[in-house]
Write a protein that binds this ligand. Structure first.
Ligand code: NAP
Length: 245
């Protein structure tokens, strides 16, 4: 499904990004595995892809830093000579109620989850415009659609990502580049591990499919949007949440 494609996945050392990297490689893509702090975990992903007979490189870069993102795309381009797919997956939470939320908590989440995607899209768009085609997939969240108490910073960033997605779809569509978002619901990863049990139970009660999602549920949706099968889909947000919203 992704044979001969080159994919750059941000935040691919753990969780959803890690599974997207593995799934894309399984479908034939070469993968740039971006990470920030988890060097060994990222190297593990590269080794798993190599063991499958695929190609991958790990590149450290903080997506919130314009300098790091510039280097990430240089190293990615040097490694494989092209970039067909960008998945903006890197994300963090700094939850707090608005009265307690610090400016630093707000800025850090916006810088990583929203500005990081903007910086990556700028570089990817330049390469994809030259290549006359490409796929950009932004990992948003149900929180960006429905809002969530205690997550004003995160929800603002994730809603912002949907706006970026729609705008870039309009800017880049005429050049064969599609831009879509995936909005996961409750997915079992390190990020949701930290949620209090009571909060998780409350969320589970709202899911018609009666289970949390797996990283594979999200990776398969992203793979579809990255493939030729989704050639006529752009500017959309695909909700993968077990029917939660
Ligand atoms: P996770 O398990 O905490 O993993 C986060 C990944 O992002 C890690 O690989 C981490 O890399 C990377 N990352 C964080 N800050 C970064 C930075 N500044 N630069 C580069 N990479 C960075 O999270 P997850 O649950 O897989 O979430 C992945 C994405 O899905 C996020 O955008 C999240 O908001 C979204 N999402 C998750 C859920 C859910 O229920 N889990 C629901 C909706 C949306 P290092 O460890 O190397 O720093």
């Amino acid at each position: 499904m992704l044979r001969d494609k080159v994919a750059l996945v941000t935040g691919a050392s753990r969780g959803i990004g890690r599974q997207i990297a593995l799934t894309f490689a399984g479908y034939g893509a070469s993968v740039i595995v971006n990470y920030n702090g988890s060097k060994e975990r990222a190297q593990e992903v590269v080794e798993m892809i190599t063991a499958m007979g695929g190609k991958a490189v790990a590149v450290q870069a903080d997506v919130a830093s314009a300098e790091d993102v510039g280097r990430l795309f240089e190293e990615a381009h040097t490694a494989f000579g092209r970039i067909d797919i960008l998945v903006n997956n890197a994300g963090i939470t700094r939850d707090n109620l608005i009265l307690k939320m610090s400016e630093e908590e707000f800025d850090t989440v916006l810088d990583t989850n929203l500005k990081g995607a903007f910086l990556c899209m700028k570089h990817a768009a330049k390469i994809m415009l030259r290549q006359k085609g490409g796929r950009i997939i932004n990992i948003s969240s149900i929180s960006g659609i429905a809002g969530n108490a205690g997550q004003a910073n995160y929800c603002a960033a994730k809603a912002g990502l949907i706006g970026l997605t729609k705008s870039l779809a309009k800017e880049l569509g005429s050049r064969g580049i599609t831009v879509n978002a995936v909005a996961p619901g409750l997915i079992e990863t390190d990020m949701t591990q930290k949620l209090p049990e009571q909060v998780k139970e409350g969320m589970l009660a709202q899911i018609p499919l009666k289970r949390a999602g797996s990283v594979k549920d999200i990776a398969e949706a992203a793979a579809f949007l990255a493939s030729d099968r989704a050639a006529y889909i752009t500017g959309q947000t695909l909700q993968v949440n077990g029917g939660m919203a």
